[in-house]
Structure formats: structure tokens, C-alpha cells
Write a protein that binds this ligand. Structure first.
Ligand code: NDP
Length: 515
């Protein structure tokens, strides 16, 4: 299976770099099965480095299949460093979970404002938010989750070793001076925020610190136009900050459907974000009053300076966390970003070493890491060579408004299938007609014209993530447009639009494009 060709545009970019040729994979299959039986020479059948989403999932399922498993992880902290981490990993402690809690906190601000349209008297004075109380509540929840993850490992009879793990050789892991022999090693160390190499970079924060700020910034610049940038821009803006989002492309969210990017950008402007497209950060400096100023450069040579910033958030991508892990020395082939190169089974060039999650830089999403962890558990502990299936991986961006997507973008589908039918709709959601919110919703279906199969669905609007999860099932199993049309809608809802789009918006034809 050519994984790269089956994924959406965003995923395609990443898969192409890391998936090994099918020939290599067939050769490895026999060795996968052979590695399943345990041997007395080893302390463990599987030793996992990193107890984030992928590492915990792989470890506990391998243990449930009968393997003797250990996992090592750094001691807990809210902000990660060379010496601090925590069971739960990025998603639970410094990513998806705390971010979503911040999104919830920010949504209340809109809800209070919009309630007036429905007759509620919302005092313009006296509506207060305690940032300190919120951060305290968030911390409490993360500590609970950290404990829950430890319990899960304990209940699964996985040995937890606290400390920094390092690969000594293909069968040895060292944790803070103590060595463990393992038949298989799973690398699941995730990634860390990357920083731009510009003067004043040390004055900037990353998403780690953005989740732990002592106060909400009044004026903030967010560098980057990816997931993290647009999500934090939305959070800070709804919490009342003046937000300047700076990105080097004409539109944010490169890799997403072009129409979705344009529509989302219009909504970001309507929601109050100050967008700075086609700008590259050049330097950050501290003003005399302690605040920050940021110099931006345009491709035409002009510059712009943003002053009086409380924070500058660098959201310019994440890099694999493999520094000092000993992988290259152990013979593992590494990619240019420091990612572990793996085949379709998530197996590295060293047969006893496997890797899952952000460290392989394929698709940086928690549910993908979970899928990969499960696949490795089956390959290693059951001797059943298992490949993760990257077709129709849905994802959501929790910006304001939300974006959710599954399958191909229009651009990727046109490239793959040649002829595609596009169905779109855009409307002001019923809630917003009364609340006064200017935010609109956009929905799009991409259909392969020849087979009439739905190969992509996209949405910008409230509850997009919740809606898309269900439709992802349909896309994954190959639903046709006619089958979608045969479904009765739930009224009144936004979701029903996905089953009531009868008129084609445009038919994209390869012949027309090449004429
Ligand atoms: P992304 O890869 O999504 O975005 C990085 C952004 O930084 C891009 O806009 C990129 O611009 C820009 N950038 C990179 N290098 C430079 C540079 N030298 N100068 C200026 N701009 C630069 O990374 P994120 O950090 O936002 O997120 C990391 C990953 O985490 C995501 O890919 C996603 O998979 C995952 N994630 C998922 C979430 C979710 O599921 N809701 C939420 C948050 C993160 P350009 O496009 O031009 O390269």
C-alpha cells in the first residue's frame, strides 16, 4: 500500500519522507513474527522510552498480549525540559488536553457576550475571569490525568522506570546509569517546540509556556500559521487580548484545502484577529518598559514593527525529541529533522528498535500515535506484523471557528483522481443569526467523479470536530455521494447540511485543466 497517496494533502507531505519501500517491508515481515517469542537473555520483551500517548498505548497492549514490558519517562512537570516530562506526554500535559481546556475557558467569553442576543442581561461591568483560578484548575486536572496514566500502566503490569532513557545498543537501554536488556525497544519520545533562530528568540515563549502563563497577555504576537498558531490566536483573542498572527504564506494552515484556508481566514478576521500574511519574523527585543517589540520582514524588503507586546509566541513547528538518545550510534537511520526513519510497521533500520508518534514525524496527531502503538504491540508481542492504516485520518483545528477535515483536499483529489465533483455550502448558523456573531460556517464534500465515492469532507464552523468524527467513519468505509444523500438529516442542525447538498458546486475535470 502506498500510504502517502492515500492520505490527505497535509499527511501526504509527511508520509513521503518516512515510509520505506514496500520491498523492504516484505523482507521485514518474517523477522517481525520471529521476534515474538521471549528469551531468557533479556530483562524485558519490550522496553519503551517515553510514556506519552503512543508509548503508553504500545506498552500496555504489548503487556496485555503477554509480553514483559517496561517504560521509562522523566519526572512530571507542566513545562518540559531536558530533565522534566511526565507520564501522559505532550498531548495530556502540554498539548491537546490543556489546550482544549483553554479553548473551553475562552468560549465562555463569547457565550457571555452572545447571550445578550437571547435576552440575557449580561453585566458589562463586573464580569471577571480569574486566570490564576483557571490555571490552578487546569493543573489539578493534569495532575489527575498523570496519576490515571500511571495507574493504567500499573494495572497493565508495565514496569515504570523514572528517568531519562538512552539507547546503548540494539538491545540495551540505560536509564540514569542503570542498564536494561530488552528484546525490542520502542522509541516514543515525541517532539518538542522548535524555535526560530532570530535575535531575541530567547525572549519568546512556546506552546509549553503559553499553557502556563501567570496572566493572559493584553497584546500578543503569534508566529506561525499552523495548528498551534491559529488555536492560540483564537484562545487569546477570545480572552480579550489584541492578537497579531504572523505567517509567511498568503494564508495560514498550509496543507489544508485552499477554499477552507480562505474561508477560515475570513472568519479569523471577523473574529478580531490581526493577520500579518507574507511576513517573516526578523528579531525580537525588550523595550525599556519591559514589553517586547517584534520586527517583521516582507518579501518585498519592507519591514513592520509590532510594539508593546506582552508575549511573542513561537508556534513554528515541532521537532523530534531524539537529541542525545543514542539512536544514530546504535545504527538507527535518522531523517534530517532528527526523526526516526521507519517502515510500514514502524520498525527502524535496526530490527529490534521500533518508533511511533511524533518522533517519526509522519502525522503528528495523538490518535495516530495510538494506532501506531497498537500496531507495534501486535507485531512485537503477538508476532502479527501489523501496519497502521493512514487512510482517512480525520483531524480538527480548535481555532475560532473550528476546522475539521477527513480525506483529500480538493487539490489533492484533483491530482489523484483527475475528475472530481465539489459540493459546498456556506451559511450563518442559526445561533449566530440571533446572537449577532458574524462567524459563518462552511462545508465541503469532495467526490471522485468516476466512482462517485466521497473522498474528502471539510468543515469550518462550530462543533466541526464532533461532526466530522462521525462522517470520517463513512469516508473510511467508502461511502458514495448517493448513499450520503439517502441519509435523513437531523433538523435543525448544521450537520444535516452534509446529507442535503444536492447541487454540485463545480465539476473539476482533468481534460479542462490540461486543454
Ligand atoms: P505546523 O507544522 O502545523 O505549523 C508550523 C508553522 O510554522 C507553519 O505555518 C510554518 O510555515 C511556520 N514556520 C515554520 N518554520 C518557519 C520559519 N522559519 N519562519 C516562519 N515561519 C515558519 O506546526 P505547529 O507547531 O502548529 O504544530 C505541530 C504539529 O502538532 C502539527 O503539525 C499538528 O500535527 C500537531 N497539532 C495538532 C493539533 C490538533 O490536532 N488540533 C493541535 C496542535 C498541534 P509554512 O507553512 O510556511 O511552513
Amino acid at each position: 500500500m502506498n500510504v502517502a497517496k492515500l492520505t490527505s494533502g497535509l499527511a501526504t507531505r509527511r508520509c513521503l519522507r518516512t515510509v520505506a519501500p514496500a520491498r523492504l517491508s516484505r523482507g521485514l515481515c518474517t523477522r517481525v513474527a520471529a521476534s515474538a517469542s521471549s528469551s531468557g537473555d533479556f530483562d524485558f520483551d519490550l522496553f519503551t522510552i517515553g510514556a506519552g500517548s503512543g508509548g503508553v498505548r504500545g506498552s500496555r497492549f504489548a503487556a496485555s498480549y503477554g509480553a514483559k514490558v517496561a517504560v521509562c519517562e522523566l519526572p512530571f512537570d507542566f513545562v518540559s525540559s531536558e530533565t522534566r516530562g511526565g507520564v501522559g506526554g505532550t498531548c495530556v500535559l502540554r498539548g491537546c488536553v490543556p489546550k482544549k481546556l483553554m479553548v473551553y475557558a475562552a468560549e465562555y467569553a463569547d457565550d457571555f457576550r452572545h447571550a445578550a442576543g437571547f435576552g440575557w442581561s449580561v453585566p458589562s461591568e463586573g464580569l471577571q475571569h480569574s486566570w490564576t483560578s483557571f490555571i490552578e484548575a487546569k493543573r489539578k486536572e493534569l495532575q489527575r490525568l498523570n496519576g490515571a496514566y500511571k495507574n493504567t500502566l500499573n494495572n497493565a503490569k508495565v514496569t515504570l522506570v523514572e528517568g531519562r532513557g538512552r539507547v546503548v545498543d540494539p538491545h540495551t537501554v540505560e536509564v540514569d546509569g542503570k542498564r536494561y536488556r530488552a528484546k525490542n525497544i520502542l522509541i516514543a519520545v515525541g517532539g518538542r517546540p522548535s524555535r526560530l533562530d532570530i535575535p531575541g528568540a530567547e525572549l519568546c515563549i512556546t506552546s509549553d509556556e503559553a499553557l502556563e502563563l501567570p496572566a493572559c497577555p493584553r497584546k500578543v504576537a503569534v508566529l506561525g500559521g499552523g495548528y498551534i498558531a491559529v488555536e492560540f490566536s483564537g484562545i487569546f483573542a477570545r480572552m480579550g487580548a489584541e492578537v497579531h498572527t504572523v505567517f509567511r504564506q498568503p494564508l495560514p494552515l498550509r496543507g489544508f484545502d485552499e477554499e477552507v484556508r480562505k474561508f477560515a481566514t475570513d472568519q479569523y478576521v471577523a473574529s478580531g484577529l490581526h493577520l500579518h500574511p507574507r511576513m517573516t519574523p526578523q528579531s525580537v527585543s525588550r523595550q525599556l518598559d519591559g514589553r517586547l517589540s517584534l520586527t517583521l520582514g516582507h518579501a518585498d524588503g519592507t519591514t513592520e514593527v509590532l510594539t508593546d507586546l506582552d508575549q511573542v509566541l513561537m508556534a513554528t513547528g515541532r521537532v523530534p525529541n531524539t537529541r542525545g538518545l543514542g539512536l544514530a550510534e546504535a545504527g538507527v537511520s535518522m531523517g534530517p529533522k532528527g526523526q526516526v526513519l521507519v517502515d510500514e510497521h514502524c520498525r527502524s533500520s535496526v530490527p529490534s528498535i521500533w518508533a511511533v508518534g511524533d518522533v517519526i514525524d509522519r502525522i503528528q496527531l495523538t490518535p495516530v500515535a495510538l494506532m501506531e502503538g497498537m500496531a507495534v504491540a501486535k507485531s512485537v508481542a503477538l508476532g502479527q506484523p501489523t501496519q497502521p492504516d493512514y487512510w482517512a485520518v480525520p483531524s480538527a483545528v480548535f481555532s475560532n471557528p473550528e476546522i475539521a477535515t477527513v480525506g483529500y483536499t480538493e487539490e489533492a483529489a484533483t491530482e489523484k483522481f483527475g475528475d472530481v465533483d465539489i459540493y459546498t455550502t456556506s451559511f450563518r448558523p442559526m445561533r449566530n443569526t440571533v446572537s449577532g456573531s458574524p462567524i459563518r460556517t462552511f462545508m465541503k464534500i469532495v467526490v471522485d467523479a468516476a466512482s462517485q465515492k466521497v473522498v474528502g469532507m471539510h468543515m469550518v464552523g462550530a462543533e466541526a470536530a464532533e461532526i466530522m468524527q462521525g462522517f470520517a467513519v463513512a469516508v473510511k468505509v467508502g461511502v458514495t455521494k448517493a448513499q450520503l444523500d439517502s441519509v435523513v438529516g437531523i433538523h435543525p442542525s448544521a450537520a444535516e447540511e452534509f446529507v442535503t447538498m444536492r447541487s454540485v458546486t463545480r465539476q473539476v475535470r482533468r481534460a479542462a485543466a490540461t486543454a
